[in-house]
Design a protein around this ligand. Sequence first.
Ligand SMILES: Nc1ncnc2c1ncn2[C@@H]1O[C@H](COP(=O)(O)OP(=O)(O)OP(=O)(O)O)[C@@H](O)[C@H]1O
Length: 693
Amino acid sequence: MAQVSDKKFPVNAKDYNLYEEVGEGVSATVYRALCIPLNEIVAIKVLDLEKCNNDLDGIRREVQTMTLTDHSNLLRAHCSFTTGHNLWVVMPYMAGGSCLHIMKSSFAEGFEEPVIATLLREVLKALVYLHAHGHIHRDVKAGNILLDSNGAVKLADFGVSACMFDTGDRQRSRNTFVGTPCWMAPEVMQQLHGYDFKADIWSFGITALELAHGHAPFSKYPPMKVLLMTLQNAPPGLDYERDKKFSKSFKELVAACLVKDPKKRPSSEKLLKHHFFKQARSNDYLARTILDGLSPLGDRFRMLKAKEADFLVQNQALYEDKEHLSQQEYIRGISAWNFNLEDLKNQAALIQDCDSISNTEDLTVSGKQRNGHDNVGIAEEISSPKRAHHSNSAPHIEYERNDIHTLETIGAFPIKPLQALKDCFDVCEDDSGAGSPSWKDDIQLDSEQPSQIQSSQKVGDPQAGRDDGEILGQSSSLPQSIFPAHKKDLSGTLLPDNVLSPRKMNGDGDREYLQPLRYLSERNYSGPLQYRQKKDITNHTSVEDTSEGAVVQRRGRFKVTSAELSPKAPTNSFSNQVSGGSTNPTTQSLTPASVLPSLHCILQQNTVQREELVKLIKYMEQTSGNTMEFAEAGTNDLSQLPPASSRERELQMQVIQLQQRIGSLVEELQRQKMKNVQLEVKLNTFFRKEGKI
Ligand SMILES: Nc1ncnc2c1ncn2[C@@H]1O[C@H](COP(=O)(O)OP(=O)(O)OP(=O)(O)O)[C@@H](O)[C@H]1O
């Protein structure tokens, strides 16, 4: 039975009275409720298992972790059970709500430093515990930091937590996108070497910025841009005018967490010793400073929902675009980011077009910023409904050096955006110089930690079928050794295998990652990308057709298998085929005849470009009187130009190979025709004989 608290919480829905809604996630709704026999107010998270067709193991893990953890800063479930097609998770009621909701209600510009220090210290204590027990939380963010009425802080939502000690199939899933983009560590995005608990430290740093500003860095951008910015830009920090109010130690703490190389990030344990936390205060201080005067959680939640609805109506046109819908879900503070790799690639392909508009706006900002006119940020702020939504108050000035850098980067996005996307997965910036705090030297870097990943999906639905409570047991998929305490009441599995996880039966905790797209959630947005996808359809390997490494997109989190994300794999199907890399039957439909025109076109472009270059060099020579030997040799006669580039030669070779293939195909066709004729002759002879008989 999934019950670990000293009190015996009933595992039957009829023993609870559900009151108002106090929270909503991607797939779950949270209610304030009364446990009738114990006369105690609780929170009940209701997940609709029917909608949860692709991540029952994930839910099982979340409930297990929630039930088994034993730390004052981790939200622990009292018990859980199924009722009808819903899973109910009964937990302590955190009347203060999440830090995100508190900021949205009353601290739109973020909290004061002592508040931040107090909140972060408590979160860090939870992380120290989780990491020491082999868990990566993977979704650290203000929306998952809850406060009770006394100001006690608890880290919640183990929906995507992972066990670092997992081995075998699950270990193989280490190259899986999990998390929420703004808080996601670059190594999680890159998928080069997997990741470990240091990914939580990055998210922790982003959360620190979120608490300081009222929103996470890059939050005004759609998810694809967040990915690109996180990978390409210098890490965000507390380096701006508006951050002057923050102490040096706070800036150092953030800089230490937001180092792109995970090995250079401190462990949670080390971080807890950082002098920034000297200013942390008591729970009571939090209660007085940020909870006092807040309306009841249910009312706040209702108001926020109403605001969102208004905002949606006002910006309906904007949010018809599905990426913006996803963005809007971000704004609501939940982790609904729904992409698969094809979407990402296609978005990358589109990014030039999109940015040509935003760049115009933002270049003005950047240009003016260089001139030192700070107030121009207001124009951008007002013109951006997305941005404005982050603040309940009047639009505030905000532009960041990173944003400007990013816009410049994206503005200069190469001609082959897909290639660029590949590059950005390849590149891990060396940011050793970025914000190296002096105290960092004290940190013993403990990079040698097991890495691992898991993920989950949760589905919410209001109360339904409350009569047939079913006790959920402890799952076998959680290493039992890691939570030695509080097992006394556990028996069996938290979620029965046969109910929750048909896939579990083979003992393969990871098969979900290899499921084909029929498991895609209904939130698999493709929206504005449809045109391009249709256009590319002949060149693309059908995603549905993939098996090994198939994209599994999860509601609520990125989830992309490693095969597609391999940075070395061509992200452009065209390049894949011309290099002869693919033997997939679905790509074989790409005939030499269909490729040749493209190759010719590329060759032609190359030639044109060469000619342009020659003209330019000549012009430069004339204007500068440059008599450099190379220039002379290079421009006096086109024939003296250096031989074609290796790429050009490679393409020429490919053209020749393709022509040879066409030749052999034509031969093969002739052979088949001959065979046909011979068969026809044989058949005729046979029928003639039959006729005679
Ligand atoms: N015990 C609780 N007491 C009070 N409010 C809660 C409690 N648990 C969750 N909430 C509220 O409900 C919201 C959604 O819960 P939760 O984060 O668990 O759902 P989720 O589907 O995992 O969401 P997400 O995908 O955004 O992380 C939280 O952000 C929080 O505001």
